[in-house]
Write a protein that binds this ligand. Structure first.
Ligand SMILES: *Cc1c(COP(=O)(O)O)cnc(C)c1O
Length: 390
């Protein structure tokens, strides 16, 4: 391990040399089943031939110009994302945190334009929005914030999943401009709210002229079995952020806006050197094309349901297993005690999983996972959890 890397990560002692589909191979050639996909990034799996080809061609043509000029791949990607989502305009950055920074700036500017000079944004407990100063301040985790005070102000926090708590804020605050929420919480423990939660938030935002801003950095791009998680409802958000799955590992983030919110940013108000460059946009365009061609939304629904049903059958009655939940290929298995140890045990068993919120085993498999591969995953994982609990 190099002594020259900053110690920001507690890394597992493995390095991967190559990948193919849902499989990764370490430097000794050992094969691992990837049920994490680089934390919801590698939706197409590893080394998808169409993505490899498109990236090689683009790298040999043009990698970067500047947002000083028009960028045709960026224009095509914006058109495509708006066609898929019904949103109106897109700003491109390079990560989830940057996409959320854009959303936070947009909400504040929208407030200032309406004469609110100390705008506040409603955020949720156990939320995760990134590691920049504004996004860690929006995040509902003391662990993420500790040591970085003073935090950025202008956030009001309520419990996740409690629309009444949001409605009550209207009576006491006249400076709220937006609600920022994940449709399903990822880092917070794969938490799925009641089905009408977003409808209720939409209604509250409409009543109070607040923007409804959805952080779909993890839930978007097919992870939930729809292009975007809000499409499981009938509402439209005012703002939506994307990143993880969008570029299949080539860094790209996006902040999309709808209606009046799409007209808030004017020239000079926001920007990014790399954001939306030809290489990143080619990665995203190819990702979206392959997802449609290969029916990966349907696959995410089908394989997600299969994994949840199988795990429920095998583990549902096992003492220590509290709940098996999820939507599409975003799956959580909540245990009754901290279970971070399972990550290392799974690694020894050549299976890549994650534990979040201390006691939730999290699966975010590539969207290309087949039923046979999902069967291998559930066999290994059920045996592992059963053995660990017994
Ligand atoms: C991962 C994540 C982020 C942060 O994305 P980065 O690319 O790491 O900055 C923000 N919001 C959600 C919901 C995420 O899951």
């Amino acid at each position: 391990m190099s002594e020259h890397l900053m110690q920001t990560y507690a890394r597992l002692p493995v390095a991967f040399a190559r990948g193919k589909g849902v499989w990764l191979y370490d430097e000794n050639g050992d094969q691992y089943l990837d049920a994490l996909a680089g934390v919801a990034v590698n939706g197409l799996g590893h080394a998808h031939p169409k993505l490899t080809k498109a990236l090689c061609e683009q790298a040999g043509t043009l990698i970067h110009t500047s947002n000083i000029y028009r960028i045709s791949a960026q224009e095509r990607l914006a058109d495509k994302l708006c066609a898929l989502s019904g949103m109106d305009r897109v700003f491109f950055g390079n990560s989830g945190a940057e996409a959320n920074e854009a959303a936070i700036k947009l909400a504040r500017l929208h407030g200032h334009n309406r004469g609110i000079d100390n705008p506040a944004i409603v955020v949720m407990e156990k939320s995760f929005h990134g590691r920049t100063l504004a996004t860690l301040s929006a995040t509902g985790s003391r662990k993420v914030q500790a040591g970085f005070e003073p935090l950025v102000g202008g956030f009001v926090r309520v419990p996740f999943g409690d629309a009444d708590a949001v409605a009550k804020l209207a009576a006491h605050h006249n400076n709220i401009v937006a609600v920022l929420v994940e449709p399903y919480q990822g880092e917070g423990g794969v938490r799925i709210p009641e089905v009408d939660y977003l409808d209720k938030l939409r209604a509250i935002c409409d009543q109070n002229a607040w923007l409804l801003m959805l952080d779909e950095v993890q839930t978007g791009i097919g992870r939930s079995g729809k292009w975007f998680a809000f499409q499981h409802t009938k509402i439209m958000p005012d703002v939506m952020t994307l990143a993880k799955g969008l570029g299949s590992g080539v860094p790209i983030g996006a902040c999309l806006a709808y209606g009046a919110a799409a007209e808030v940013f004017t020239p000079g108000k926001h920007g990014s050197t790399f954001g939306g460059n030809p290489l990143a946009c080619t990665a995203a365009l190819t990702t979206l094309d392959v997802m449609a061609e290969e029916g990966l939304l349907e696959n995410a629904l089908k394989i997600g349901a299969f994994i949840r049903e199988t795990l429920t059958r095998e583990l549902g009655q096992v003492p220590g297993v509290k709940e098996i939940r999820g939507q599409g290929l975003m799956i959580g298995i909540e245990l009754d005690k901290p279970c971070g140890e399972l990550v290392k045990l799974a690694l020894a068993d050549k299976l890549l999983i994650n534990v979040t919120a201390d006691n939730v085993v999290r699966l975010l498999p590539p969207l290309v996972m087949s039923q046979d591969e999902a069967g291998l995953l559930t066999d290994k994982l059920a045996a592992l959890i059963w053995a660990w609990l017994n």
